[in-house]
Design a protein around this ligand. Structure first.
Ligand code: NDP
Length: 480
């Protein structure tokens, strides 16, 4: 059985703990590799390597760092197919999706922030000719990047790239559930000539190696993407050392369908936004609110389209939903379907585990599930399920839907569908979400401030905002 290695000080290293965790292929339910259960010794090795490399990396020119990052992006791109296959096996998601979305975004993330760093500037404030202030933006040090399993390499590179471009060095911890592409990425870093210690990747449990990173005083910045409860814990731990923290957390995103929408576009997009990546994207629309006079027609068309979605082998081109990421996660999703039924919900389609045949018979598959008849305040409409389950709810008018959309503790994203421009502006302004799409979903411009309000996070990622987060401002005032 292949043993995944940590990447520390430019070398692939075995964990000092000698302990390993089983790494499952969700499409078969079988263990196919072993993840290091790294401990404090591994972390301290990574920290020593990172601190040493920071001395030189932080002093290099922007152009030097740009060249290293562009080279890394090019080397990564040469491995796109291999990475796409590996991500699909490790996560259970369809191969066409990793080829189209996950893996191409990795090189794009790196190129985007390498280039942004060349354009990044800081401010000057003059005081009526009496004095001048200029603000430097300096690299901070060792940055801890902790990422989830739903978009494993995509989100890892989204954090690593701006941290490095701004002159910091990184200790990254991928999810223990999906470690494999980060391991391949380590090998790519070596091939691309990334200076030793600039990127360190340590594998293992959140409560183990993850907390070592979060707690240590010499890691002054933490960039975290994951669940809200984990984010709360991390934020509390970071407060002890006054760390700079960015938290990208969970969501319970509304999709709002007005009766004056482009009907076909609204149906097609809301199906995609509900079920892409098995509903395991923080931005997925899991509460679909439909204006009352369109409700019946929309519900029928939506369910008809959902029934066409194929649940199957992740490597097949026809598959829309592959396996969900783990047995525990599958059980959590099935539990929520059960809760919804007990709350009086009517399952319009799906609602069950799917048992495939042959080598896929032990895999974790769930049919895309649409539930109606639930109050907007019930558990299924308030708690994050993070799977292929949506609830469909009628609404009377704008005021009504704004109240329902804003009723959860989350505030990550929302989509609304209307051909009325004034209504689009009016409703968008009243929705409490960090990211709002009108007549589309998941259309991403990497320059925008990305992130959530309320329990969906603290801070924003993207564009120069990321470079500001990963630098320390220092103002110098000169009297003239
Ligand atoms: P988790 O919060 O369980 O884990 C995220 C990462 O944190 C993993 O690497 C995990 O390690 C690690 N971790 C867990 N506990 C600790 C700890 N005490 N200290 C340090 N690190 C820790 O999230 P999931 O991986 O289950 O991801 C799904 C969640 O992520 C959903 O809620 C989803 O909405 C959210 N998400 C948010 C996004 C956004 O941009 N807002 C984007 C994508 C996902 P391990 O896996 O080993 O436990």
């Amino acid at each position: 059985m292949e043993k995944i290695k940590n990447y520390i000080g430019g070398k692939l290293t075995s964990t000092k703990s000698r302990n390993y965790l089983d790494n499952f292929n969700p499409s078969t339910g079988k263990v196919y590799s072993l993840t290091p259960d790294s401990n404090k010794d591994d972390f301290l090795l990574a920290l020593t390597a990172a601190k040493k490399s920071f001395i030189s990396w932080s002093k290099k020119s922007k152009k030097y760092r740009y060249d290293v990052l562009m080279n890394l992006a090019n080397e990564l791109e040469k491995n796109n197919t291999k990475l796409a296959i590996a991500e699909s096996v490790d996560n259970g998601k369809p191969l066409w999706l990793t080829k189209q979305m996950d893996i191409p975004r990795c090189a794009e993330n790196i190129r985007f922030f390498a280039t942004a760093s060349l354009h990044f500037d800081s401010k000057v404030h003059t005081m009526d000719g009496k004095a001048i202030n200029y603000t430097l933006r300096e690299p901070i040090g060792v940055v801890g990047c902790i990422s989830p399993w739903n978009l494993p390499l995509y989100l890892l590179t989204w954090k690593i790239a701006p941290a490095l471009a701004a002159g910091n060095v990184v200790i990254a911890k991928p999810s223990e559930i999906t470690p494999y592409t980060a391991y391949l990425f380590s090998k790519i870093c070596i091939k691309a000539g990334v200076p030793p210690g600039v990127i360190n990747i340590v594998h293992g449990r959140g409560a183990g190696i993850g907390e070592e990173i979060v707690k240590h005083r010499d890691v002054p910045v933490i960039s975290f993407t994951g669940g809200t409860e984990t984010g709360k814990k991390i934020n509390t731990l970071c407060a002890n050392n006054f760390k700079k923290v960015s938290l990208e957390l969970g969501g319970k995103n509304p999709t709002i369908i007005f009766s004056d929408c482009d009907f076909d576009k609204a149906v097609e997009t809301s199906v995609r936004s509900a079920f892409l990546n098995q509903g395991q994207i923080c931005l997925c629309g899991s509460r679909i609110f439909v204006e009352k006079n369109l409700y019946s027609r929309f519900k029928s068309a939506f369910v008809k389209e959902v029934k066409k979605l194929v649940v199957g082998n992740p490597s097949s081109k026809n598959t829309f939903l592959g396996a969900v990421v783990s047995k525990d996660h599958m059980e959590k999703i099935l539990y929520y379907i059960d809760v919804a039924k007990k709350e009086g919900g009517k399952v319009l389609c799906g609602g069950k585990q799917v048992f495939l045949k042959g080598k896929l018979k032990g895999g974790y598959y769930i049919s895309p599930t649409v539930i109606s008849g639930l109050d907007y305040l019930c558990r299924l409409n308030q708690e994050e399920v993070f799977g292929p389950v949506v609830s469909i709810i009628p609404f009377e008018n704008e005021k009504d839907v704004i109240k329902m959309a804003n009723s959860t503790k989350y505030g990550l994203s929302a989509s609304l569908f209307t051909e009325n421009l004034s209504k689009a502006h009016r409703v968008s302004a009243k929705i409490n979400s960090g990211v709002i799409w009108v007549n589309t979903w998941l259309l991403r411009d990497l320059r925008i401030p990305f992130g959530g309000m309320k329990d969906s996070g603290v801070g924003r990622e993207g564009g120069f905002g990321s470079l500001r987060f990963f630098t320390e401002p220092k103002n110098i005032c000169i009297k003239i």
